[in-house]
Design a protein around this ligand. Structure first.
Ligand code: HAM
Length: 532
């Protein structure tokens, strides 16, 4: 028997009702704080995570799902380069999906015939006065393990309709055979979503809108040891505020706004037993000095520590604070703290965050051991823990990442964000799935041959009027129908037999009280809804 992979799980009804309840409450909160949804792909270039989350972190060094991709996305870089060489002034204004451009692709809109030969359209280019298409001749391509030879052809067209269903009056400009190297791409299932959001910010030049307040809800993947509250596919609800400093993205007001949003959100879900742990892990300058001090303090004692902590002490001393080994704790307790190393602007920023939090009544605990497990953080870092969750008690985490955009090749774009572990959030809810899942209002019991048709008609009417309706089958005896209706928790059973259809009034049985009344067709919706 094939089972779900270890560390993944099926979310089944009625529990899914709880997930929907959480997500809809969260969307409501995001809406009033003026956040908008972003959906990025669940896999990205491996380099994105290596450069943002950091090579030395647990996530990148041992928890990512990474593979070499067979689709040669790299081909496109070669085609583009060729085009740039031939026509330096051309501007790409459309890239055809690499999948569509595969020879076996069924998508006819990306193909065209020239001289009776099939061509695949790779790019559309625009000059000031004319459009061009870059084509690949399908019949003449050859490919082996190391690469392939393709004939590329550039054609011009007067007007290319948007949907690529083209009748071309073309003129070939250049035909040339090029060699494309086979360079498979390393791809990774996203272990978190901040990197993807910042990538999208850069790719789509989102700074042109000023301050961006974006949120996401979706699966993330980490190859961790599964246990309660820790999965290999888990879900995050996250938000990021990112933009140029001139749009206010660097202000401590943003940090406080985000933390206040989180307190509101947890309140809204009636989750009370949480604690906000707050720290500032400094600006890059402070961090360099701090790392130096940590290395110095660790040097005489590192030999006594657990092997994993020793490795951290060398590669990324800040990570030592994440060591969980009990015997190492006395050593860690004595290490210098980042709070002693914050420079003046950084300290001020952190103080202002705290002042605003106090003024809006969000309680927090300063925790200068809190360092977070991702490398992109600067200044404010935080986690919310929850009492009822056991060992995996971090319900959410986040912080500032002021240099992340630059490190991914983008412009300066200070940012701050968080991600809630949705699996853990659902575990912390007091609400039960039964209370949030709505039960069917009515079960329609067709009685006898030909009644499925009548029942279907009635069901359609009721459902259009927002009555939750379940349909039986004309082959069921009345007893079986009533039993089924009770089993699924329907409030009413509606009996549809020949007599009822003829008279235009239906027997409606209240399954709680057992009372049965005859209700005229026109009054059914009102009668069923009135007793909700
Ligand atoms: P993170 O602390 O790695 O931060 O993850 C955030 C939350 O995701 C954790 O507090 C936890 O609730 C949940 N989580 C993490 N791993 C697992 C797992 N294996 N199973 C279940 N839940 C898990 C980030 O991911 C950052 N991107 C947050 C952020 C956004 N920082 C700035 N913007």
């Amino acid at each position: 028997m094939i089972k779900a992979i270890r560390g993944t799980r099926d979310l089944l009804p009625p529990e899914t009702a709880l997930w929907n309840f959480v997500e809809s409450a969260v969307r409501d909160v995001f809406r009033v704080y003026n956040f908008h949804e972003i959906r990025t792909p669940i896999f990205e270039d491996t380099q994105l995570f290596a450069r943002s989350v950091g090579e030395e972190t647990d996530i990148v060094s041992k928890e990512m799902y990474t593979w070499e991709d067979g689709v040669r996305a790299a081909d496109y870089a070669v085609y583009k380069k060729w085009m740039k060489m031939k026509m330096p002034d051309a501007r790409v204004f459309d890239l055809i999906d690499p999948e569509i451009a595969q020879p076996q692709s069924p998508a006819p809109s990306a193909r065209m015939k020239i001289d009776g030969k099939q061509n695949v359209i790779l790019f559309r280019y625009r000059f000031t006065f004319q459009d061009f298409l870059l084509l690949k001749l399908m019949e003449e391509q050859s490919r082996d393990e190391t690469g392939g030879k393709f004939q590329l052809r550039l054609v011009t067209t007067e007007a290319v309709p948007e949907n690529f269903k083209i009748v071309l009056e073309e003129r070939e400009v250049i035909i040339e055979t090029v060699t494309v190297e086979n360079r498979p791409q390393s791809l990774t299932l996203r272990p978190e979503n901040t990197a993807g959001v910042v990538r999208a910010y850069i790719e789509h030049q989102l700074w042109e809108r000023g301050l961006n307040k974006l949120y996401y809800i979706g699966p993330q993947f980490r190859r961790e040891r599964p246990q309660k509250g820790r999965y290999r596919q888990f879900y995050q609800i996250g938000a990021e505020i990112i933009g140029p400093a001139t749009a206010g993205s660097e202000s401590p007001a943003r940090d406080a706004e985000l933390l206040e949003l989180l307190a509101t959100l947890l309140d809204r879900l009636c989750i009370t037993d949480w604690a906000l742990q707050l720290n500032s892990i400094g600006c890059p300058n402070d961090r360099a000095k701090y790392n130096e001090a940590l290395r110095e303090a660790l040097a005489p004692v590192v030999g006594q520590m657990d092997a994993d902590c020793q490795r951290r002490a060398v590669t990324n001393p800040l990570r030592v604070f994440d060591c969980k080994v009990p015997e190492d704790q006395p050593i860690i307790e004595k290490l210098p703290r980042i709070s002693q190393f914050l420079d003046e602007p950084c300290r001020k920023h952190f103080e202002q965050v705290q002042e605003i939090l106090k003024s809006v009544g969000v309680e927090f605990q300063l925790n200068d051991r809190l360092v977070r497990g991702l490398d992109y953080y600067t200044r404010t870092a935080f986690e919310f823990t929850h009492g009822a969750l056991g060992a995996q008690n971090a319900i959410l985490g986040g912080g500032r990442y002021d240099g992340l955009s630059e490190s991914l090749g983008g412009p300066s774009a200070p940012g701050i964000g968080f991600a809630i572990g949705e699996d853990r959030l659902v575990m912390a809810l007091k609400e039960s799935a039964e209370t949030v899942q709505r039960k069917p209002d009515v079960y329609i019991a067709p009685l006898g041959p030909g009644m499925n048709r009548e029942a279907a008609r009635l069901a359609r009417e009721l459902r259009r009027d927002d009555v939750i309706t379940e349909l039986g089958d004309e082959s069921f005896r009345l007893k079986k129908s009533l039993e089924t209706a009770s089993k699924i928790g329907a409030r009413f059973a509606l009996i549809v037999g020949e007599n009822e259809v003829k008279s235009g009034a239906f027997a409606l049985k209240n399954l709680g009280s057992g009372e049965q009344v005859s209700v005229p067709h026109a009054e059914l919706v009102q009668k069923i809804k009135s007793s909700r």
